[in-house]
Design a protein around this ligand. Structure first.
Ligand code: IPE
Ligand code: IPE
Ligand code: MG
Length: 251
């Protein structure tokens, strides 16, 4: 499989990367890998593997557009319901992705972060991610959040537990607890809420992704399956986003 590298001068010439009204934080539900493969009579895992090049393309496009934060839904807490071999295949992909693209990510000043319950992931996933986090720690370009073993209800429940513990230890006052402090107990502490949510693969649901953080986010859905998602669709989403009027309840 030919990999489109992040530093691809050819691609640079073929797209116009907008500069105005760029969402600072884009979150993506990368859905449709399984169907992409099944349509071609191949095992679902082939679709997951193909999805890696789409990730590289979109990270690259986000860097070009000077997006500040990109959060990718990689594996949900519900995805443990899948057959074991598929789970294992998906959880090996971060290592594979990073073994190909980490040098490119470094030279593009990308900082990698993870959100989700890392503890219950296999060591090969955790260690690959941790290595990338450590290597890219000093970068101040695009922040790339990989949502791995992420579930929003689990995240909110965890936040509640942290808050109750801190209140009982008198580290936090119940009367002073506000939305901003609450956000500080989530995996996304310190990260601005997404401005734009993209979901590929045709489904129109959140599937337990960033329920708190998406309260005022603009949504953009496409039937395009994730392995087929490219700069063209990404720029289309940005174009539509730039036309939206965000009112936050005002007039
Ligand atoms: C998204 O693609 C990737 C993950 C959930 C890990 P799917 O595997 O859900 O593909 P479809 O939706 O079955 O086509
Ligand atoms: C959402 O896709 C999770 C990820 C993309 C990682 P799913 O395929 O798991 O979602 P549902 O099951 O269609 O809601
Ligand atoms: Mg799916």
């Amino acid at each position: 499989m030919k990999m489109p590298f992040l530093n691809n001068k050819q691609l640079e010439k073929s797209f116009h990367y907008p500069e105005d009204n760029i969402p600072e934080h884009i979150a993506i539900i990368m859905d449709g890998n399984g169907r992409w493969a099944r349509k071609r009579g191949m095992p679902r895992t082939v679709g997951h593997k193909e999805g890696i090049s789409a990730v590289a393309k979109i990270v690259r496009a986000a860097v070009k557009c000077k997006v500040k934060v990109l959060t990718l839904y990689t594996f949900s807490t519900e995805n443990w319901k899948r057959p074991k071999p598929e789970i294992e295949f998906i959880l090996r992909l971060p290592k594979e992705f990073l073994s190909i693209y980490l040098p490119d990510l470094l030279s593009n000043n990308v900082r990698i972060e993870a959100i989700g319950d890392m503890e219950s992931l296999p060591a090969y996933t955790r260690e690959a991610i941790q290595y990338a986090i450590d290597r890219t720690r000093d970068n101040d370009g695009l922040q790339l959040n990989l949502a791995l073993n992420y579930g929003s209800r689990h995240e909110i429940l965890n936040a509640m537990k942290g808050i109750i513990t801190d209140i009982s230890n008198a580290k936090l006052s119940l009367d002073e607890l506000d939305e901003q402090q609450f956000s500080g107990y989530l995996y996304t502490a310190g990260i601005k809420d997404p401005d734009l949510l993209i979901r590929t693969g045709g489904e129109k649901r959140l599937s337990n992704f960033l329920l708190w953080q998406l309260a005022y986010t603009e949504f953009w859905f496409t039937d395009v399956l994730w392995p087929d998602f490219s700069e063209k669709e990404f720029l289309h989403a940005l174009e539509e986003y730039s036309q939206r009027k965000r009112r936050y309840g005002g007039i």
